[in-house]
Design a protein around this ligand. Structure first.
Ligand code: C2O
Ligand code: CU
Length: 464
């Protein structure tokens, strides 16, 4: 369990936090010190548990070295709270950079329904290296109304990522051929390789995040039993869904309940990766982690999955949108051009706006993967969307909830629907394969006119 971040101070309306990005040794492989970059020097960074309706201010201090020790780039940063409808100047715009020796205060109002978010680096050209080095942490807002879902130590965030090591046990950054991406051969969960969790005979909620640079997983339990899905990227689903396996691309989050009461004490349940398609290093990546059932339940409160999770009346809920409400459809093609990954044949340019939805407008966006044999997890900043269909068919059961990132597979066409709210301004949409993102598989849209500039709150230099 990553540690919880405590506020440095609180007022009637606001909780103030502080995080320091720094290089630090981590013991990933027993007996070896691996240099990582981490928020407060750890990977995953500490978890922020925020309350809906209370403002959070996070002071992000960049205390990284001036240049990366082996890759040689300058360690400027930008922090994105993925899943949050941030104002443009606090959204981690790729060119809103905080250099080493500077800090920036990010302000988050927490007005959206509760959800599992994550904060991670978003610096132009070096997001992949920075996140791979460890700059990622959870930020979770409470769900209220108070449902009897597993809570406390039975509500566990799991950050999955794959890494490669050099012979002297340092992180190796190798973006692969044709920039398909970085495919590691060691699977880390919350920073530990192939860990084991001892569990009681009761239900647990796991908030699963794929924080890998590039790899997608198809997850299943070794027992073949189904997962019960209760959350997607945007928080609680309308109703729970059941599936025995699911695909999770980079940056997607699913909240799943596993009921270990089915199993006798002594049973081992392996969380497996069945992805045979993107199978570099498959032998070492087919186990993700293991659950060992070791005890009877010490508590059976909050041990229920209610049949209805959200009443379906929260303003702005994309699950209520119908195609007839859309004022237009936009097409987005994800394809190879000039030996690189492009969106509609273009590469990112911070000054170019490729879509201009009006504030409050409902639009359908069509995501078309014509890249031939490779997949792209596509992420829209600011808005949650509902997946209408994938290749003309309904989405998978586990995708029947609000999303901000979706797996767009080989030769797939998806239609998603969203309302462009609540802020005016310029935001990014991009492939969350971070290697693709860094080679500018990214575009900008501007909601309404006259929003604040995403670089209007510059960083502040630390006193010497
Ligand atoms: Cu998770 Cu634009 O990022
Ligand atoms: Cu991509």
């Amino acid at each position: 369990m990553p540690p919880t971040l405590a506020p440095v101070r609180s007022t009637a309306t606001t909780d103030y936090y502080q995080l320091t990005m720094q290089s630090a040794p981590a013991q990933i492989i027993p007996g070896f010190a691996t240099t990582i970059f981490g928020y407060n020097g750890i990977h995953p960074g500490p978890t922020v548990y925020a309350r809906r309706g209370r403002i959070v201010v996070v002071r992000q201090i960049n205390a990284l070295p001036d240049v990366h020790p082996t890759l040689g780039y300058r360690c400027t940063t930008s922090v994105h709270l993925h899943g949050n409808a941030s104002l443009p100047q606090y959204d981690g715009w790729a060119e809103d950079l905080t250099p080493p020796g500077f800090f920036k205060d990010y302000v988050y109002p927490n007005e959206q329904p509760g959800r599992t978010m994550w904060y991670h680096d978003h610096a132009v050209d070096h997001t992949a290296e920075n996140v791979y080095m460890g700059l990622a942490g959870f930020y979770i807002t409470n769900e209220g109304p108070n449902l009897p879902l597993p809570k406390g130590r039975f509500d566990i965030p799991l950050m999955i990522k794959d890494v490669l090591f050099t012979p002297d046990r340092q992180l190796l950054f190798d973006a692969g051929e044709e920039d398909k991406g970085l495919m590691g051969d060691v699977i880390l969960v919350n920073g530990k390789p192939w860990p084991v969790l001892k569990v009681e005979r009761r239900k647990y909620l796991f908030r699963i995040l794929n924080a890998s640079a590039s790899r997608a997983y198809r997850l299943a339990l070794s027992t073949g039993d189904p997962f019960t899905f209760v959350q997607t990227d945007g928080g609680l689903m309308p109703v729970p869904q059941s599936a025995a396996e699911f695909r999770i691309g980079a940056a997607e989050r699913y909240g799943v309940v596993i009921d270990f009461a089915r199993y006798p004490i002594g049973q081992q349940v392996v969380l497996r990766n069945l992805d045979l398609k993107n199978n570099e290093n498959f032998a070492t990546t087919k186990q993700v982690m293991r659950f060992d059932v070791t005890a009877e339940a010490t508590s059976l409160s909050n041990n229920t999955v209610p049949p209805v999770l959200t009443p379906g009346n929260s303003a702005g809920d994309p699950m209520l949108l119908q195609p007839s409400q859309a004022v237009r459809t936009r097409d987005w093609q994800f394809k190879r051009r000039r030996e690189a990954w492009s969106i509609n044949g273009e590469f990112w340019d911070s000054g170019r706006i490729d879509a201009d939805p009006a504030l409050g407008a409902v639009e359908i966006w069509r995501f078309q993967n014509t890249s031939g044999g490779w997949f792209h997890p596509i992420h829209t900043h600011l808005v949650d969307f509902k997946i209408l269909d994938r290749n003309g068919r309904p989405p998978a059961a586990y995708e029947l909830g609000a999303k901000d990132t979706t797996y767009v597979g080989e030769d797939e066409t998806l239609r998603v629907i969203a309302r462009f709210t609540p802020h005016r301004g310029r935001y990014m949409m991009h492939c969350h394969n971070l290697v693709h993102e860094d080679t500018h598989m990214m575009t900008n849209f501007e909601v309404g006119k006259g929003g604040p500039s995403p670089t209007s709150v510059p960083p502040t230099q630390l006193p010497a």
